[in-house]
Design a protein around this ligand. Structure first.
Ligand code: SAM
Length: 292
């Protein structure tokens, strides 16, 4: 019975998250509106919360400006990440890269340039409208070495030991089953392959009302693990050399993001353990050449 409840809660999260990002993809036209995840330097908006179409100068704050200024606006306007996993990944020509939760495809296209014609990039996303946008962007860019597959990151439509590098940008926090996500990442990596992830984490448990809010899940807050849990979950999947580096800390910005989510009670009840910070982090790990 308890398991059924857990499954139901996980399904509710997945359905809500898919619906949320489907709406963003459907309504995002250049000159229209979209959502975005923003570093603290983006003053008015917050991670995955409603805002205007992401202007190129904001995208440039997340990435090296030179990497993104010549991308089409259809790509940059759907940039919903919270970091730059492509730079973290230190890709080299010829590699196969898998992007978990590829959205409009920005990291896939940046990775594709780095791995070159001899390499390839696969983006996986569970939201059909996002896959449609990403495929249209691929055509626009003529990115022959990129493909997009519809699927869940908990059940990757990718064969064992396919990827040299798995990247992901502000997505794993959205999964209600992160253990399964990291097990899948481990499965599809070649021996010695690497994980390079940007994601949202916390330094303490979030108030229960936030954890239960579907809006806060879709807003990249409710599903954020503590740093310790994040590291333990990756290690439990078999990864080694796991490192997590905070990119920025800004409690005021996250508090304002929580406010924007319109939660009836954003504050924890008396006696609850309050987080001090919700922040973006870059996370790296390696699959051992010989797994235990
Ligand atoms: C915040 S957006 C980030 C998109 C992209 N990584 C970027 O940086 O622009 C989250 C994306 O992850 C996808 N997503 C969320 N949960 C997922 C899951 N469990 N499996 C596959 N895709 C998922 C959503 O459909 C959405 O496109």
């Amino acid at each position: 019975m308890k398991d059924q409840n857990v499954t139901k809660a996980q399904d509710d999260v997945r359905i809500h998250v898919r619906q949320h990002y489907g709406q963003i993809a459907a309504r995002t036209e250049v000159g229209g509106r979209s959502d975005c995840c923003t570093p603290d330097s983006r003053s008015e908006s917050s991670c995955c919360s409603p805002g205007d179409v992401v202007p190129i100068d904001q995208v440039s704050q997340l990435y090296e400006a030179a990497d993104v200024t010549n991308l089409p606006e259809d790509v940059t306007s759907l940039s919903l990440g919270c970091g730059d996993p492509v730079t973290l990944a230190s890709l080299v020509p010829g590699q196969t890269v898998l992007d978990l939760g590829s959205g409009g495809g920005i990291d896939c296209f940046l990775a594709a340039r780095r791995v070159g014609a001899g390499g390839s990039v696969i983006g996986v996303d569970m939201t059909p409208a996002m896959i449609d946008k990403a495929r249209a962007n691929k055509e626009k860019l003529g990115a022959a070495n990129v493909e997009f597959r519809l699927g869940e990151i908990e059940h990757l439509p990718v064969a064992d030991e396919t990827a040299d590098v798995v990247i992901s940008n502000c997505v794993i926090n959205l999964s209600p089953d992160k253990r399964q996500v990291f097990r899948e990442a481990f499965r599809v990596l070649k021996p010695g392959g690497r994980l390079a992830v940007s994601d949202i984490v916390t330094d303490g448990p979030l108030p229960e009302n936030i954890q239960r809010s579907l809006a806060a899940w879709a807003g990249c807050i409710a599903g954020a693990l503590t740093v310790d849990d994040y590291l333990a979950t990756i290690e439990a999947a078999g990864f080694v050399d796991v490192t997590l580096t905070p990119v920025y800390l800004d409690k005021a910005q996250i508090d304002s993001a929580v406010d924007q989510l319109d939660l009836e009670q954003a504050a924890a009840g008396e006696g609850d353990t309050l987080y001090q910070a919700v922040f973006s982090a870059k996370v790296a790990a390696r699959k051992p050449v010989i797994s235990a």
